[in-house]
Write a protein that binds this ligand. Structure first.
Ligand code: PMP
Length: 446
Protein backbone atom coordinates (compact mmCIF):
# COMPACT_ATOMS: atom_id res chain seq x y z
CA UNK A 1 0.00 0.00 0.00
CA UNK A 2 1.22 3.45 -0.86
CA UNK A 3 1.05 6.01 1.98
CA UNK A 4 2.92 8.96 0.49
CA UNK A 5 0.13 11.50 0.97
CA UNK A 6 -0.45 10.42 4.55
CA UNK A 7 3.26 10.66 5.29
CA UNK A 8 3.45 14.18 3.82
CA UNK A 9 0.37 15.29 5.75
CA UNK A 10 1.82 13.82 8.93
CA UNK A 11 5.07 15.74 8.39
CA UNK A 12 3.09 18.97 8.03
CA UNK A 13 0.90 18.10 11.02
CA UNK A 14 3.88 17.41 13.28
CA UNK A 15 5.09 20.99 13.01
CA UNK A 16 1.75 22.56 13.94
CA UNK A 17 -0.06 20.03 16.16
CA UNK A 18 1.46 18.15 19.12
CA UNK A 19 2.22 14.63 17.94
CA UNK A 20 0.57 15.55 14.63
CA UNK A 21 -2.92 14.80 15.96
CA UNK A 22 -5.77 16.28 17.97
CA UNK A 23 -6.40 13.30 20.24
CA UNK A 24 -3.78 11.03 21.73
CA UNK A 25 -4.88 7.61 20.49
CA UNK A 26 -4.81 8.65 16.83
CA UNK A 27 -1.01 8.73 16.76
CA UNK A 28 -0.73 5.17 18.09
CA UNK A 29 -0.37 3.89 14.53
CA UNK A 30 3.29 3.44 13.56
CA UNK A 31 5.26 4.86 11.94
CA UNK A 32 2.48 7.39 11.24
CA UNK A 33 -1.31 7.37 11.07
CA UNK A 34 -3.06 7.24 7.71
CA UNK A 35 -5.10 10.35 6.97
CA UNK A 36 -8.68 9.74 5.91
CA UNK A 37 -10.07 11.46 2.86
CA UNK A 38 -13.64 10.19 3.10
CA UNK A 39 -15.94 7.49 4.36
CA UNK A 40 -18.13 5.19 2.28
CA UNK A 41 -20.64 2.97 4.10
CA UNK A 42 -18.64 0.56 6.25
CA UNK A 43 -15.36 1.69 4.70
CA UNK A 44 -12.90 4.59 4.80
CA UNK A 45 -10.64 5.73 1.98
CA UNK A 46 -7.33 7.28 2.93
CA UNK A 47 -5.48 10.21 1.38
CA UNK A 48 -3.61 7.82 -0.95
CA UNK A 49 -6.81 6.17 -2.16
CA UNK A 50 -6.43 2.96 -0.08
CA UNK A 51 -9.74 1.47 1.06
CA UNK A 52 -10.28 -0.16 4.46
CA UNK A 53 -13.16 -1.92 6.16
CA UNK A 54 -13.65 0.45 9.08
CA UNK A 55 -14.30 -1.07 12.53
CA UNK A 56 -13.13 2.08 14.36
CA UNK A 57 -16.07 4.14 13.23
CA UNK A 58 -14.99 7.41 14.75
CA UNK A 59 -14.36 5.54 18.02
CA UNK A 60 -18.05 5.02 18.56
CA UNK A 61 -20.39 7.81 17.46
CA UNK A 62 -21.47 6.34 14.10
CA UNK A 63 -24.47 4.00 14.23
CA UNK A 64 -24.80 4.13 10.42
CA UNK A 65 -21.17 4.06 9.48
CA UNK A 66 -20.38 6.66 6.86
CA UNK A 67 -23.78 6.40 5.19
CA UNK A 68 -26.44 8.44 6.96
CA UNK A 69 -30.08 7.50 6.40
CA UNK A 70 -31.86 10.15 4.36
CA UNK A 71 -33.97 11.63 7.22
CA UNK A 72 -30.84 12.00 9.37
CA UNK A 73 -28.91 13.73 6.63
CA UNK A 74 -31.85 16.01 5.81
CA UNK A 75 -32.25 17.03 9.47
CA UNK A 76 -28.55 17.85 9.77
CA UNK A 77 -28.52 19.90 6.59
CA UNK A 78 -31.63 21.83 7.42
CA UNK A 79 -30.39 22.76 10.90
CA UNK A 80 -26.91 23.61 9.59
CA UNK A 81 -28.36 25.95 7.00
CA UNK A 82 -30.73 27.69 9.41
CA UNK A 83 -28.29 29.32 11.72
CA UNK A 84 -26.48 27.17 12.81
CA UNK A 85 -26.83 28.11 16.55
CA UNK A 86 -28.32 30.82 18.70
CA UNK A 87 -27.43 30.82 22.41
CA UNK A 88 -31.09 30.43 23.24
CA UNK A 89 -33.15 27.21 23.31
CA UNK A 90 -34.59 25.37 20.33
CA UNK A 91 -37.36 22.79 19.94
CA UNK A 92 -35.01 20.03 18.81
CA UNK A 93 -33.26 20.02 22.23
CA UNK A 94 -36.59 19.42 23.95
CA UNK A 95 -37.47 16.65 21.50
CA UNK A 96 -34.13 14.94 22.04
CA UNK A 97 -34.48 15.16 25.83
CA UNK A 98 -38.00 13.73 25.54
CA UNK A 99 -36.70 10.86 23.40
CA UNK A 100 -33.98 9.88 25.88
CA UNK A 101 -36.21 10.16 28.94
CA UNK A 102 -38.88 8.09 27.19
CA UNK A 103 -36.48 5.21 26.43
CA UNK A 104 -34.19 5.12 29.47
CA UNK A 105 -36.25 4.64 32.66
CA UNK A 106 -33.56 5.91 35.06
CA UNK A 107 -33.36 9.20 33.15
CA UNK A 108 -36.13 11.61 34.07
CA UNK A 109 -34.20 14.70 33.14
CA UNK A 110 -31.09 15.37 31.08
CA UNK A 111 -28.49 18.12 30.55
CA UNK A 112 -26.74 18.05 27.17
CA UNK A 113 -23.07 19.02 26.95
CA UNK A 114 -20.41 18.71 24.25
CA UNK A 115 -18.29 15.66 25.02
CA UNK A 116 -18.14 12.57 27.16
CA UNK A 117 -15.44 14.25 29.21
CA UNK A 118 -17.66 17.22 29.96
CA UNK A 119 -20.43 14.83 30.95
CA UNK A 120 -18.31 12.98 33.51
CA UNK A 121 -16.85 16.24 34.87
CA UNK A 122 -20.36 17.56 35.48
CA UNK A 123 -21.60 14.22 36.85
CA UNK A 124 -18.80 14.21 39.43
CA UNK A 125 -19.60 17.79 40.42
CA UNK A 126 -23.29 16.98 40.72
CA UNK A 127 -22.66 13.82 42.77
CA UNK A 128 -20.35 15.72 45.12
CA UNK A 129 -22.84 18.53 45.55
CA UNK A 130 -25.83 16.20 46.03
CA UNK A 131 -24.11 14.08 48.69
CA UNK A 132 -21.93 16.73 50.32
CA UNK A 133 -18.98 14.32 49.94
CA UNK A 134 -15.79 14.52 47.89
CA UNK A 135 -14.62 11.03 46.97
CA UNK A 136 -15.29 9.40 43.61
CA UNK A 137 -14.66 5.67 43.06
CA UNK A 138 -13.56 4.53 39.58
CA UNK A 139 -12.53 1.16 38.16
CA UNK A 140 -8.93 0.46 37.27
CA UNK A 141 -8.80 0.56 33.48
CA UNK A 142 -12.10 2.43 33.22
CA UNK A 143 -11.96 5.56 31.07
CA UNK A 144 -14.11 8.61 31.69
CA UNK A 145 -12.41 11.19 29.50
CA UNK A 146 -9.54 13.61 29.95
CA UNK A 147 -10.49 14.94 33.36
CA UNK A 148 -8.78 15.50 36.71
CA UNK A 149 -10.98 13.33 38.91
CA UNK A 150 -10.58 10.15 36.86
CA UNK A 151 -7.09 10.29 35.31
CA UNK A 152 -5.55 8.31 38.13
CA UNK A 153 -3.50 5.19 38.75
CA UNK A 154 -3.18 3.04 41.81
CA UNK A 155 -5.20 0.79 44.01
CA UNK A 156 -7.83 1.62 46.63
CA UNK A 157 -6.84 4.87 48.33
CA UNK A 158 -3.18 4.70 47.20
CA UNK A 159 -3.86 6.76 44.10
CA UNK A 160 -1.77 9.20 42.09
CA UNK A 161 -2.45 11.22 38.93
CA UNK A 162 -1.82 9.38 35.64
CA UNK A 163 -0.78 12.59 33.88
CA UNK A 164 1.56 15.43 34.76
CA UNK A 165 -0.38 18.60 35.45
CA UNK A 166 -2.89 17.06 37.82
CA UNK A 167 -2.23 17.95 41.46
CA UNK A 168 -1.87 15.02 43.87
CA UNK A 169 -4.55 16.75 45.96
CA UNK A 170 -7.07 16.03 43.19
CA UNK A 171 -6.10 12.36 42.95
CA UNK A 172 -6.55 12.04 46.72
CA UNK A 173 -10.27 12.52 46.17
CA UNK A 174 -10.41 9.48 43.89
CA UNK A 175 -10.43 5.81 44.95
CA UNK A 176 -9.95 2.89 42.57
CA UNK A 177 -11.20 -0.68 42.42
CA UNK A 178 -10.33 -3.67 40.28
CA UNK A 179 -13.39 -4.29 38.09
CA UNK A 180 -15.44 -7.39 39.00
CA UNK A 181 -13.96 -7.75 42.49
CA UNK A 182 -16.95 -7.63 44.85
CA UNK A 183 -14.88 -8.12 47.99
CA UNK A 184 -12.59 -5.22 47.16
CA UNK A 185 -15.66 -3.02 46.70
CA UNK A 186 -17.07 -4.14 50.03
CA UNK A 187 -13.78 -3.42 51.81
CA UNK A 188 -13.38 -0.01 50.18
CA UNK A 189 -16.86 1.00 51.30
CA UNK A 190 -16.24 -0.30 54.83
CA UNK A 191 -13.21 2.00 55.04
CA UNK A 192 -14.39 5.05 53.10
CA UNK A 193 -18.15 4.64 52.53
CA UNK A 194 -19.18 7.75 54.44
CA UNK A 195 -16.94 9.90 52.23
CA UNK A 196 -17.92 8.38 48.88
CA UNK A 197 -20.03 10.67 46.71
CA UNK A 198 -20.27 8.25 43.78
CA UNK A 199 -19.07 5.11 42.09
CA UNK A 200 -18.46 5.92 38.44
CA UNK A 201 -18.16 2.90 36.16
CA UNK A 202 -18.67 1.82 32.58
CA UNK A 203 -21.26 -1.01 32.62
CA UNK A 204 -18.80 -2.93 30.40
CA UNK A 205 -15.18 -1.81 30.36
CA UNK A 206 -14.91 -0.85 26.71
CA UNK A 207 -11.73 1.20 26.79
CA UNK A 208 -9.57 -1.52 28.28
CA UNK A 209 -10.09 -4.56 26.16
CA UNK A 210 -13.73 -5.38 26.49
CA UNK A 211 -14.36 -6.68 29.98
CA UNK A 212 -17.85 -7.81 30.90
CA UNK A 213 -19.29 -7.62 34.40
CA UNK A 214 -19.46 -10.94 36.21
CA UNK A 215 -22.81 -12.04 37.57
CA UNK A 216 -23.91 -9.85 40.45
CA UNK A 217 -21.11 -7.28 40.18
CA UNK A 218 -23.26 -4.28 39.35
CA UNK A 219 -25.85 -5.45 41.90
CA UNK A 220 -23.11 -5.37 44.53
CA UNK A 221 -22.17 -1.81 43.57
CA UNK A 222 -25.86 -0.81 43.58
CA UNK A 223 -26.36 -2.28 47.08
CA UNK A 224 -23.20 -0.68 48.48
CA UNK A 225 -24.20 2.72 47.10
CA UNK A 226 -27.67 2.35 48.63
CA UNK A 227 -26.29 1.23 51.99
CA UNK A 228 -23.83 4.11 52.25
CA UNK A 229 -25.87 6.88 50.60
CA UNK A 230 -23.53 7.15 47.59
CA UNK A 231 -24.62 7.58 43.98
CA UNK A 232 -24.10 4.94 41.29
CA UNK A 233 -23.12 6.62 38.02
CA UNK A 234 -23.06 4.53 34.84
CA UNK A 235 -20.80 5.96 32.17
CA UNK A 236 -22.68 4.86 29.04
CA UNK A 237 -20.68 7.03 26.66
CA UNK A 238 -19.85 3.89 24.66
CA UNK A 239 -22.62 1.49 25.67
CA UNK A 240 -25.50 4.00 25.55
CA UNK A 241 -28.00 3.21 22.74
CA UNK A 242 -25.61 0.54 21.48
CA UNK A 243 -25.48 -2.28 24.06
CA UNK A 244 -29.06 -3.19 24.90
CA UNK A 245 -30.35 -1.07 22.02
CA UNK A 246 -32.47 1.91 23.01
CA UNK A 247 -32.67 0.82 26.67
CA UNK A 248 -28.85 0.97 26.92
CA UNK A 249 -26.62 -1.36 28.95
CA UNK A 250 -28.47 -0.52 32.17
CA UNK A 251 -31.64 -1.98 30.63
CA UNK A 252 -29.81 -5.05 29.40
CA UNK A 253 -28.31 -5.68 32.85
CA UNK A 254 -31.43 -4.61 34.78
CA UNK A 255 -29.61 -2.06 36.93
CA UNK A 256 -30.92 1.42 37.66
CA UNK A 257 -28.09 3.89 38.19
CA UNK A 258 -28.70 7.25 39.87
CA UNK A 259 -26.97 9.15 37.09
CA UNK A 260 -25.91 8.21 33.57
CA UNK A 261 -23.37 9.90 31.36
CA UNK A 262 -23.86 9.70 27.60
CA UNK A 263 -21.87 10.76 24.55
CA UNK A 264 -21.00 9.39 21.10
CA UNK A 265 -24.23 7.95 19.57
CA UNK A 266 -26.57 10.56 21.07
CA UNK A 267 -24.91 13.19 18.87
CA UNK A 268 -25.15 11.23 15.62
CA UNK A 269 -21.49 11.90 14.75
CA UNK A 270 -21.25 15.45 16.13
CA UNK A 271 -19.61 16.53 19.42
CA UNK A 272 -21.87 15.66 22.33
CA UNK A 273 -22.24 14.47 25.90
CA UNK A 274 -25.06 14.41 28.45
CA UNK A 275 -25.82 13.76 32.10
CA UNK A 276 -29.15 12.13 32.85
CA UNK A 277 -30.84 10.82 35.96
CA UNK A 278 -33.56 11.32 38.50
CA UNK A 279 -35.12 14.78 38.29
CA UNK A 280 -34.35 15.65 41.93
CA UNK A 281 -30.65 15.17 41.11
CA UNK A 282 -30.34 16.64 37.63
CA UNK A 283 -32.44 19.63 38.67
CA UNK A 284 -29.63 20.65 40.98
CA UNK A 285 -27.78 21.98 37.91
CA UNK A 286 -28.01 25.72 37.33
CA UNK A 287 -30.27 27.51 36.68
CA UNK A 288 -32.83 25.19 38.34
CA UNK A 289 -30.40 24.52 41.19
CA UNK A 290 -27.07 25.91 42.24
CA UNK A 291 -24.52 23.35 40.90
CA UNK A 292 -22.84 25.41 38.20
CA UNK A 293 -23.05 23.96 34.71
CA UNK A 294 -22.92 25.84 31.40
CA UNK A 295 -21.60 25.62 27.81
CA UNK A 296 -21.73 27.83 24.72
CA UNK A 297 -22.29 24.88 22.39
CA UNK A 298 -24.41 22.70 24.69
CA UNK A 299 -27.59 21.45 23.02
CA UNK A 300 -26.24 22.62 19.64
CA UNK A 301 -29.14 22.37 17.18
CA UNK A 302 -27.16 20.52 14.47
CA UNK A 303 -25.90 17.97 16.99
CA UNK A 304 -29.32 17.59 18.55
CA UNK A 305 -30.93 17.04 15.14
CA UNK A 306 -28.25 14.50 14.15
CA UNK A 307 -28.52 12.61 17.43
CA UNK A 308 -32.29 12.64 17.68
CA UNK A 309 -32.93 11.61 14.07
CA UNK A 310 -30.27 8.85 14.31
CA UNK A 311 -31.92 7.37 17.38
CA UNK A 312 -35.42 7.86 16.00
CA UNK A 313 -34.47 6.04 12.81
CA UNK A 314 -33.05 3.21 14.91
CA UNK A 315 -36.30 3.03 16.90
CA UNK A 316 -38.32 2.68 13.71
CA UNK A 317 -36.10 0.33 11.71
CA UNK A 318 -34.14 -2.91 12.12
CA UNK A 319 -30.91 -1.04 12.93
CA UNK A 320 -29.94 -2.75 16.19
CA UNK A 321 -31.06 -6.18 14.88
CA UNK A 322 -28.79 -5.80 11.86
CA UNK A 323 -25.88 -4.63 13.99
CA UNK A 324 -26.33 -7.32 16.63
CA UNK A 325 -26.66 -10.09 14.03
CA UNK A 326 -23.43 -9.01 12.35
CA UNK A 327 -21.84 -8.67 15.79
CA UNK A 328 -22.83 -12.27 16.59
CA UNK A 329 -21.49 -13.46 13.24
CA UNK A 330 -18.13 -11.77 13.65
CA UNK A 331 -17.75 -12.97 17.26
CA UNK A 332 -18.69 -16.53 16.25
CA UNK A 333 -16.26 -16.47 13.33
CA UNK A 334 -13.50 -15.06 15.52
CA UNK A 335 -14.18 -17.64 18.21
CA UNK A 336 -13.60 -20.44 15.69
CA UNK A 337 -10.44 -18.82 14.35
CA UNK A 338 -9.06 -18.16 17.82
CA UNK A 339 -9.87 -21.73 18.99
CA UNK A 340 -7.92 -23.01 16.02
CA UNK A 341 -4.99 -20.61 15.86
CA UNK A 342 -4.59 -18.85 19.21
CA UNK A 343 -6.57 -20.71 21.89
CA UNK A 344 -5.07 -18.62 24.68
CA UNK A 345 -6.72 -15.46 23.33
CA UNK A 346 -10.25 -14.26 24.12
CA UNK A 347 -13.04 -13.05 21.88
CA UNK A 348 -14.98 -10.43 23.80
CA UNK A 349 -17.97 -8.26 23.10
CA UNK A 350 -21.73 -8.16 22.84
CA UNK A 351 -24.29 -6.47 20.59
CA UNK A 352 -22.32 -4.11 18.32
CA UNK A 353 -18.90 -4.26 20.02
CA UNK A 354 -16.16 -6.85 19.58
CA UNK A 355 -12.50 -7.46 20.21
CA UNK A 356 -9.93 -10.24 20.25
CA UNK A 357 -7.92 -9.87 23.45
CA UNK A 358 -4.35 -11.07 23.28
CA UNK A 359 -4.47 -12.15 26.89
CA UNK A 360 -3.00 -15.27 28.40
CA UNK A 361 -3.70 -14.77 32.07
CA UNK A 362 -6.08 -16.78 34.18
CA UNK A 363 -6.79 -14.98 37.44
CA UNK A 364 -6.38 -17.81 39.92
CA UNK A 365 -8.47 -16.32 42.66
CA UNK A 366 -11.50 -15.57 40.51
CA UNK A 367 -14.59 -17.54 41.53
CA UNK A 368 -17.41 -15.50 40.00
CA UNK A 369 -19.71 -16.24 37.11
CA UNK A 370 -19.68 -14.36 33.90
CA UNK A 371 -23.05 -13.04 32.79
CA UNK A 372 -21.95 -11.52 29.58
CA UNK A 373 -24.03 -12.83 26.72
CA UNK A 374 -20.72 -13.23 24.91
CA UNK A 375 -17.90 -15.75 24.96
CA UNK A 376 -17.02 -14.93 28.56
CA UNK A 377 -19.29 -17.44 30.31
CA UNK A 378 -18.46 -20.13 32.82
CA UNK A 379 -19.53 -22.76 30.31
CA UNK A 380 -17.19 -21.25 27.76
CA UNK A 381 -14.16 -23.47 27.18
CA UNK A 382 -11.94 -20.42 27.43
CA UNK A 383 -13.48 -19.09 30.63
CA UNK A 384 -10.31 -19.51 32.67
CA UNK A 385 -8.39 -17.41 30.20
CA UNK A 386 -10.95 -14.69 29.97
CA UNK A 387 -9.84 -11.33 31.40
CA UNK A 388 -11.93 -10.15 34.34
CA UNK A 389 -10.26 -6.80 34.95
CA UNK A 390 -7.75 -4.31 33.60
CA UNK A 391 -4.72 -6.11 35.01
CA UNK A 392 -5.67 -9.26 33.10
CA UNK A 393 -5.98 -7.30 29.87
CA UNK A 394 -2.73 -5.47 30.43
CA UNK A 395 -0.91 -8.75 31.03
CA UNK A 396 -1.75 -9.80 27.45
CA UNK A 397 0.49 -9.53 24.43
CA UNK A 398 -0.30 -5.90 23.80
CA UNK A 399 3.03 -5.28 22.11
CA UNK A 400 2.51 -8.10 19.65
CA UNK A 401 -0.90 -6.67 18.87
CA UNK A 402 0.56 -3.23 18.20
CA UNK A 403 3.69 -4.12 16.30
CA UNK A 404 2.68 -7.20 14.34
CA UNK A 405 -1.03 -7.81 14.31
CA UNK A 406 -2.47 -4.33 13.69
CA UNK A 407 -0.13 -3.58 10.75
CA UNK A 408 -0.92 -6.98 9.19
CA UNK A 409 -4.62 -6.24 9.38
CA UNK A 410 -4.14 -2.76 7.93
CA UNK A 411 -2.13 -4.16 5.03
CA UNK A 412 -5.10 -6.40 4.26
CA UNK A 413 -7.41 -3.37 4.21
CA UNK A 414 -8.90 -3.78 7.68
CA UNK A 415 -8.91 -0.76 10.01
CA UNK A 416 -9.03 -1.90 13.66
CA UNK A 417 -8.90 0.20 16.84
CA UNK A 418 -5.46 1.77 17.17
CA UNK A 419 -4.54 -0.15 20.29
CA UNK A 420 -5.35 -3.39 22.07
CA UNK A 421 -7.56 -1.59 24.57
CA UNK A 422 -10.30 0.16 22.58
CA UNK A 423 -13.51 -1.56 21.49
CA UNK A 424 -14.40 -2.02 17.80
CA UNK A 425 -17.82 -1.14 16.46
CA UNK A 426 -20.31 -2.77 14.10
CA UNK A 427 -22.64 -0.35 12.30
CA UNK A 428 -25.74 -0.50 10.12
CA UNK A 429 -23.54 0.16 7.08
CA UNK A 430 -21.45 -2.98 7.56
CA UNK A 431 -22.34 -5.99 5.45
CA UNK A 432 -21.94 -9.73 5.67
CA UNK A 433 -19.16 -9.38 3.06
CA UNK A 434 -17.29 -6.92 5.31
CA UNK A 435 -17.50 -9.46 8.12
CA UNK A 436 -16.27 -12.38 5.98
CA UNK A 437 -13.43 -10.30 4.54
CA UNK A 438 -12.42 -9.30 8.06
CA UNK A 439 -12.53 -12.89 9.33
CA UNK A 440 -10.27 -13.99 6.46
CA UNK A 441 -7.83 -11.23 7.39
CA UNK A 442 -7.85 -12.24 11.08
CA UNK A 443 -7.14 -15.83 10.03
CA UNK A 444 -4.17 -14.71 7.99
CA UNK A 445 -2.81 -12.24 10.56
CA UNK A 446 -3.21 -14.49 13.62
N1 PMP B 1 -16.41 7.90 28.96
C1 PMP B 1 -16.22 6.82 28.20
C2 PMP B 1 -16.74 5.49 28.67
C3 PMP B 1 -15.55 6.92 26.98
O1 PMP B 1 -15.36 5.83 26.24
C4 PMP B 1 -15.08 8.18 26.56
C5 PMP B 1 -14.34 8.38 25.25
N2 PMP B 1 -13.99 7.27 24.54
C6 PMP B 1 -15.31 9.29 27.39
C7 PMP B 1 -15.98 9.12 28.58
C8 PMP B 1 -14.84 10.64 27.00
O2 PMP B 1 -15.60 11.10 25.92
P1 PMP B 1 -15.04 12.26 24.96
O3 PMP B 1 -13.87 11.68 24.24
O4 PMP B 1 -16.21 12.57 24.08
O5 PMP B 1 -14.67 13.40 25.83
Amino acid sequence: MNHEQSRDLYDRALSVMPGGVNSAVRAAIEPYPFFVERGDGGHVIDADGNRYVDWVMGLGPLLYGHDLPQPVEAAIQSHASEGPMYGTPTEVEVEHAEFVTRHVPSVEMIRFVNSGTEATVSACRLARAATGRDKIVVMQGGYHGAQESTLVEGDGDAVHPSSPGIPQAFAEQTLTLPFNDKEAAQTLFEEHGDDIAAVLTEPILANYGIVHPVEGYHETLRDLCDDYGSLLVFDEVITGFRVGGLQCAQGKFGIEPDLTTFGKLIGGGFPVGAIGGRAELVEQFTPAGDVFQAGTFSGHPVTMAAGLESLRYAAENDVHDHINDLGDRIREGLTDIVADQAPEYTVAGTDGIFKVLFSRTAPETFDGHCEAGCRQRTDCPRFDHCPKNAADVKAGETDRWRRVFWPKMKDQGIFLAQNQFEAQFVTYAHTREDVEETLEAYKEAL
